[in-house]
Design a protein. Structure first.
Length: 609
């Protein structure tokens, strides 16, 4: 007798259910997708007992007649796919025809539906895969699916479910996914008889994002313009960097309006926002990709949670460009909030004073000791002190002239309305324009400026060197020497001039001008250690994130420290450099640079009306 048997349809459905129906949230996902494909404009979801007691999904879609209700419970019966060619360009949420029979095989299942043009509806009932009957009934237009006693006939599956709270979290995540992908649909979620949340249909995806995430702050638009129908396109909205999430998932992704998850794209967004997010924080928001259906494979996961792209690199570039657009918009908004003069803040009749006169009267005496001399902070003064140099030609100076650091950014034509008032705790600048108080972290601000100069200078190969008056012999360990040999070109691009001096000794002749205040030996040893620990690509090349982390460490090291007292001139220079910098809102480690308090907020502290 043959040992191989053909499984019964009921057993086959239960096996399929193991792939499609992992938990109650899987049921909700499949039923929501059917409702969306049916053209619903309002969907109601009811859940009891964490999803094992009851799941009921009600929609106002196009509905089905009795014959289609019965066919829908057959395996591989679908209205969305006709032949194999359709798999190449799938535009609907569902297409396999496995979800309903799989769900019905592991639950007490009822489906009631009425087509929009019909006067009566139909009801079909199955109990753990066994048909109980199908008959006409009164019904509202649309479809209602009721799933009770989920996994009641497979208790082993129930044992693998988590607590009710955990299962409900996953159900809510499914609702969030679909609500963000389809803001034109209204969603209601009722849990154990209590309405948990209700979202009205809207035409404002950014408003839906704020409602779903419970956020009322700044939303960065990743807007662009689709020049031709069918071209690759990416838009969306991100929460401002300070609102980024922790370990939980708060970045939602849709591809052709299908909620999906893709590690590579999540990482792309995080990398594009590096230097603005605190360590451990993740980007939050909604990213929407519109791509030709034939370049996206949605048939790679049983539950259709993941997709595969024909050209992942181009999609990542598309996403990175969209995120950069949003960040550029955010920086301009921040610049306007801090620096753009407003007519109500500056009286038109008041003449603009030169910088030397803007400091009468003197700043308020929050600092007990005199300000630090300008020469003690050469990177920030208007006129950097002269550094004694040995006039030796360098690769960047064919005429034998030493390259000098780039001059500070030109002050904008319209002066900033912010006026420094004082320095607090030798760390924060207190500034005002007459209508608000602005507190600026001097270290974070200078750190960001140096970081941007290092990044842009390295990218453009224009980082200047500062010659040492007396070249410094530096003996390296064998490991340090090995790292130096690996990264010699990068160190030269950074502005170091290092030559062999016999054995394991190098002669330090010049250092990066931006880091000229640092002790050369300590600077170089720390840099070599950072390079040793950094990951390498083929050819001893540093990946982009490693560059940014390295520049952040260097900028932090060279920036003005907490406890350094600034002169009024230096405070003004810092404000000017901030205003001229392409990015200034956060330090490279994600800490905010400035905080504002309006006059109304301050008066509220003291209960003034």
């Amino acid at each position: 007798m043959s040992k191989i048997r053909i499984l019964s349809e009921q057993v086959a459905n239960q096996i399929a259910a193991g792939e499609v129906v992992e938990r109650p949230a899987s049921v909700v996902k499949e039923l929501l997708e059917n409702s969306i494909d049916a053209g619903a404009t309002a969907i109601s979801v009811e859940v009891e007992g964490g999803g094992t007691g009851l799941i009921r999904v009600l929609d106002d879609g196009e509905g089905m007649d009795g014959d289609d209700l019965l066919l829908a419970l057959e395996r591989h019966a679908t209205s969305k796919l006709r032949d194999a060619a359709g798999l190449v360009a799938i535009s609907t949420m569902g297409f396999r025809g496995e979800a309903l029979p799989s769900i019905a095989s592991v639950s007490r299942f009822v489906m009631v539906s009425r087509p929009r043009q019909a006067s009566t509806g139909s009801r079909v009932e199955q109990r753990f895969g066994q048909l109980q009957g199908c008959h006409e009934t009164g019904a509202s237009k649309g479809t209602m699916v009721e799933v009770r006693d989920l996994f009641g006939n497979v208790p082993a599956r129930r044992k693998f479910l988590k607590s009710r709270r955990t299962e409900m979290y996953h159900v809510e995540e499914v609702l969030r996914d679909q609500a963000l992908a389809h803001p034109e649909i209204g969603f209601t979620l009722t849990v154990d008889g209590r309405v948990l949340w209700r979202l009205e249909a809207v035409h404002d995806p950014a408003g839906r994002l704020a409602a779903v995430l419970g956020y009322r702050g700044i939303v960065l638009p990743l807007s662009g313009e689709m020049t031709e129908p069918g071209e690759d396109f990416c838009d969306g909205w991100l929460l401002e960097p300070d609102a980024g999430g922790g370990a939980g998932r708060q970045l939602y992704l849709t591809v052709n309006r299908r909620p999906v998850r893709n590690y590579h794209l999540q990482r792309t967004v995080a990398e594009a926002m590096s230097g603005l997010l605190l360590q451990g924080r993740q980007p939050a928001g909604l990213l929407r990709l519109t791509l030709p259906a034939e370049v996206v494979d949605v048939n790679v996961h049983p539950a259709k949670r993941e997709v595969r792209f024909r050209d992942l690199a181009s999609v990542r570039s598309l996403v990175a460009a969209a995120v950069r657009r949003g960040l550029s918009w955010y920086q301009e908004r921040q610049r306007g909030d801090l620096f753009v003069p407003v007519a109500s803040r500056i009286s038109p009749a008041q003449p603009e004073l030169p910088d030397s006169e803007r400091w009468t009267p003197e700043p308020r005496p929050l600092v007990t000791a005199p300000p630090v001399a300008a020469a003690d902070w050469p990177a920030m003064t208007a006129e950097p002190p002269v550094v004694p140099v040995q006039p030796t030609p360098t690769p960047e100076s064919e005429a034998g002239r030493l390259p000098t650091p780039a001059p500070p950014p030109a002050r904008p034509a319209t002066p900033s309305p912010l006026v420094p008032l004082a320095q607090l705790f030798d760390l924060y600048l207190l500034c005002s324009d007459g209508e608000r108080l602005v507190v600026i972290d001097q270290h974070a601000a200078h750190e960001r400026i140096l970081y941007e100069q290092l990044r842009e200078g390295h990218a453009g190969r224009r980082l200047a060197s500062q010659q040492l008056l007396h070249p410094l012999p530096l003996e390296l360990s064998p490991k340090e020497l090995e790292v130096y040999e690996q990264h010699r070109d990068f160190l030269t691009e950074l502005g170091f001039r290092l030559t062999p001096f016999g054995g394991e000794t190098l002669l330090v002749q010049a250092v990066p001008a931006l880091l000229g205040n640092e002790a050369p030996e300590s600077l170089l040893r720390d840099l070599l250690e950072s390079l040793r620990l950094a990951p390498l690509r083929e050819g001893n090349l540093l990946p982009g994130p490693a560059f940014e982390e390295l520049f952040a460490r260097l900028a932090c090291r060279a920036a003005i420290k907490s406890g350094a007292r600034l002169s009024p001139r230096e405070m003004l220079d810092l404000l000017a450099r901030m205003e001229a910098s392409s990015t200034f809102s956060h330090c490279p480690h994600g800490r905010p640079v400035a905080r504002q308090f309006t006059r109304a907020e301050i008066e509220k502290w003291f209960h003034r009306s």
